[in-house]
Design a protein around this ligand. Structure first.
Ligand code: PGA
Length: 251
């Protein structure tokens, strides 16, 4: 059975005390009711130590990025080895902001995926097309290329540790969401692609991301191939994030 997931990508937001309080609130909510939904938060690197100190039983920790090497002369970068020390279990890789604003290529993202997997960190691999690519009807081609470079040739035991997040770039932080049908269509496509490279296509979780919020999540989460959400803006306050967890659990 596929896991239900709600993951919060805080990006470069929240002070350390705000982040700690948010995780405390979510943990408190989850401690009161056993849920099937797995809850993950991805704070800034600077917040990880304090949040790890909370020793949460329910909220899992993700990083938003990491370097492709274990260690070395890479000023300002963060090693997957250090992330392990901080209780991190997941790493978001290939987010469109990293691709666009920091020039990360498919090949670099692949190197990061391999390094994370070798360190037993589970990659949350983002893919998605730009508005222009969708208008030109190239969205399937673009996503396939991104995922092919990210995953092709990895061992099955590695592939089964990966999670995919489909995030159409035109829906990120814009208030515009993919329609439930558009999300389902792409998620089914991704699942078929996964089926062409491994036997775990029915167990790998595929999350939707892009302006997902309580008012539109129900319709998206009820789609057959949508296993959860990678949430940006709506993960920054406990009310919305907990509502999204609740909706994911119900659907
Ligand atoms: P958003 O961000 O929910 O604010 O659109 C999602 C993401 O970038 O992961």
């Amino acid at each position: 059975m596929r896991e239900k997931i709600i993951a919060g990508n805080w990006k470069m937001n929240l002070s350390i005390p705000e982040g700690v309080k948010l995780v405390e609130d979510i943990e408190h909510y989850l401690a009161k009711r056993p849920l099937q939904t797995k809850v993950i938060v991805a704070p800034s690197f600077t917040h990880l130590y304090s949040i790890n100190q909370l020793n949460c039983l329910h909220v899992k920790l993700s990083a938003q990025n990491c370097h492709e090497s274990k260690k070395g002369a890479f000023t300002g970068e963060i090693s997957p080895l250090i992330l392990q020390d901080l209780g991190v279990q997941y790493v978001i890789l290939g987010h469109s902001e990293r691709r666009e604003l920091f020039g990360e290529s498919d090949a670099l993202i692949r190197a990061k995926i391999e390094q994370c997997l070798s360190m037993k960190l589970k990659p949350i691999i983002c893919c998605g097309e730009s508005l222009e690519e969708r208008r030109k009807n190239k969205h399937f081609e673009v996503v396939k290329e991104q995922l092919n470079t990210a995953l092709y040739g990895l061992q099955e035991k590695s592939l089964k540790e990966c999670m995919i997040a489909y995030e159409p770039v035109w829906a990120i932080g814009t208030g515009e969401t993919a329609s439930p049908e558009q999300a389902q269509e792409m998620h089914a496509y991704i699942r078929r692609f996964l089926g062409s490279i491994c036997h775990y296509n029915e167990t790998i979780s595929i999350l939707y991301g892009g302006s997902c919020k309580p008012s539109n999540a129900q319709a998206i989460f009820s789609q057959k191939d949508v296993d959860g959400g990678l949430i940006g803006g709506a993960s920054l306050n406990s009310e919305d994030f907990i509502e999204l967890i609740h909706l994911r659990e119900l659907m």
